[in-house]
Design a protein around this ligand. Structure first.
Ligand code: N01
Length: 532
């Protein structure tokens, strides 16, 4: 039944951000309604149930820290959890903290308008709910607006197609079928080895090869778990004080200080350790193009040594951008998969996909007969989820108009002209460049504390000033420009979506630096915000 009601806050999304926001709002005595498109909680880990989906940050770190009982009680069976395990955890949190009564599932926010006279947000949903709230808090995730490229003929396809992020809940049996996977980002790279085991034949349509490292996932070592749990606070503090909200000690040595044999010995050890250890092997891999090239070449040599067909190996080798400047991928036997007889790599950079046909797909070079097409084609990242909400601020200005040339925020959290709107892990914050749950907790705590501050001071609204926003946008651009990220076309830059403004969206200055800046802003009486 449609709701007409008023709340202190409306929260959009019941993933890890929305759930913790609700919990914090309740703890400070505020009423809140959470709207969630999915039929379950968990956000990213509700939606991304494609074969092989797994997190790329160790679960002991990629988990809530706000409740010591929770982090002590929960046992992660593997070091890098699968989607199933993370969804189970999200559901446990929803039950444990009794969050469900305030979460409305299966409901998408389709509009949110700021009413200046009343100083309230009016929020509309696709189920005809019409609610008002003093605060609008978006917790819609950075990677939730799916991207299905506009290939001609998709509607004529006689088989079945899926986007990886909308994979069905019921098991999908691909055995005996001809399957095409379009896209070789983190998702495609995780899905391909699993699909290859089921399909009669798998065609992998690759536009840009990616660097991928072994995931390093293992069953949880009880000794490691005991040690973490005994010193959880210290581990959390180390994470919070690190560049990527995930503490990994950086060595003192630089790649270029060593000769090739010594460097390769260290890369080799890191390769077998798994995860992103290789990128932490030397202190200069993310800052020096020449040092970075030593790591890139090491990975290319691994690909050539693994993939038996030299032409296929060469096609899988990324050559035109530095390693780590597109999101680095982690895999379980991705490159080995191309040695299977039932797997074909198709180069759609040289011969682009021209159309989907009733019986498959046609590139500029050949036609492929397919029963199933899997779109592992990613997302309209960071801005997409916010723009799809149709938010209108002060004076009838829409967010789409405000962001015509790219996102503009203060701290990735607040937008001039949109009072009492908070964007958890919004563009301009570290978010996707850091361990997400740690970023979420920092934003949620800051928002909750800010609301308490407003109430204690008898204030009604908070809004970024245009000057502070301009300065922050300039700073975000300046720090991004000093990194190697600019050498790759990536979704960080919006370049995966035709027509999207090319602006580097996440903050590259480091989570620790960002947090210190937020603390300074608060200590200086919310410098850069107008409070009234
Ligand atoms: O999406 P992507 P994703 N024709 O945008 C290709 C997180 N994540 O879902 O590179 C042909 O990276 C596109 O080609 P190109 C993680 O942050 C984390 O894989 O644009 N191809 C690319 O190969 C990640 O970065 C985990 O040339 C087309 C692919 O589709 C983010 O989610 C796991 C095309 C899209 O790759 C997104 O990853 C999974 C076209 N028209 C995801 N359009 C873990 O935690 C797009 N492509 C491990």
């Amino acid at each position: 039944m449609a709701t007409e009601a008023s709340y202190d806050a409306v929260v959009v999304g019941a993933g890890f951000a929305g759930m913790y926001m609700l919990h914090r709002l309740r703890r400070v005595g505020l009423s809140a309604r959470v709207f969630e498109t999915g039929d379950g909680v968990g956000g990213t880990w509700y939606w991304n149930r494609y074969p092989g989906a797994r997190v790329d940050v160790p679960s002991l770190s990629y988990s809530y820290s706000f409740s010591d009982d929770l982090q002590q009680d929960w046992c992660w069976p593997e070091t890098y959890s699968s989607q199933e395990e993370l969804e189970k955890y999200a559901n446990h949190v929803a039950d444990r903290f009794d969050l469900r009564p305030d979460i409305q599932l299966g409901t998408t926010v389709v509009g949110a308008d700021y009413d200046e006279a009343a100083n309230r947000w009016t929020v509309r949903t696709d189920r005809d709910d019409l609610v008002t709230a003093r605060f609008l808090i978006t917790a819609a995730g950075c990677l939730s607006a799916t991207n299905v490229p506009d290939f001609p003929g998709l509607e004529s396809f006689g088989g079945t197609w899926y986007h990886t992020s909308r994979w069905p809940k019921e098991p999908v049996d691909l055995s005996g079928l001809r399957v095409g996977v379009i896209g070789t980002g983190s998702t495609g790279i995780q899905a391909v080895p699993v699909i290859a085991e089921q399909a009669a034949h798998l065609y992998v349509f690759q536009r840009t090869p990616n660097y991928s490292l072994p995931t390093g996932n293992r069953p949880m070592d009880p000794e490691v778990e005991r040690e973490w749990k005994a010193r959880y606070d210290e581990h959390r503090d180390l994470d919070r004080n690190s560049y990527a909200a995930r503490h990994v000690p950086l060595p003192a040595h630089a790649a270029l200080d060593l000769d090739r044999d010594e460097r390769d010995r260290i890369f080799e050890e890191a390769w077998y350790e798994g995860a992103f250890a290789m990128m932490q092997a030397f202190k200069d891999l993310r800052t020096s193009r020449e040092a970075n090239e030593t790591a890139a070449e090491f990975v290319r040599r691994k690909i050539r040594a693994t993939v038996k067909d030299p032409e296929v190996a060469e096609l899988l080798c990324p050559k035109d951008y530095p390693i780590g400047t597109k999101r680095l991928c982690l895999d379980s036997h991705y490159y080995e998969t191309f040695n299977r007889d039932n797997v074909t790599l198709v180069d759609v950079r040289t011969h682009p996909i021209e159309e989907i046909t009733p019986s498959g797909l046609r590139t500029s070079a050949a036609e492929y007969q397919l029963d199933v097409i899997v779109f592992a084609t990613g997302f309209d990242a960071m801005t997409g989820p916010l723009l799809r909400m149709n938010i209108t601020g002060r004076g009838g200005l829409t967010l789409g108009e405000k962001w015509e040339y790219g996102p503009r925020t203060y701290l990735g959290l607040s937008i001039a002209g949109f009072p009492n709107l908070f964007t958890i892990t919004g563009p301009g914050s570290p978010s996707v460049l850091a361990s997400m749950i740690t970023c979420i907790e920092q934003h949620v705590d800051l928002i909750a504390d800010t609301i308490v501050h407003l109430d204690q001071a008898g204030l009604e609204t908070i809004e970024a000033t245009t000057e502070a926003e301009d300065a922050w946008v300039a700073h975000v651009n300046e720090v991004a420009d000093a990194t190697l990220y600019k050498y790759a076309n990536s979704w960080y830059l919006g370049s995966n979506i035709p027509g999207k403004p090319r602006v580097f969206m996440p903050y590259t200055g480091g989570f620790n630096v960002y947090t210190a800046r937020c603390n300074e802003v608060v200590a200086n009486d919310y410098e850069g915000f107008a409070l009234a």
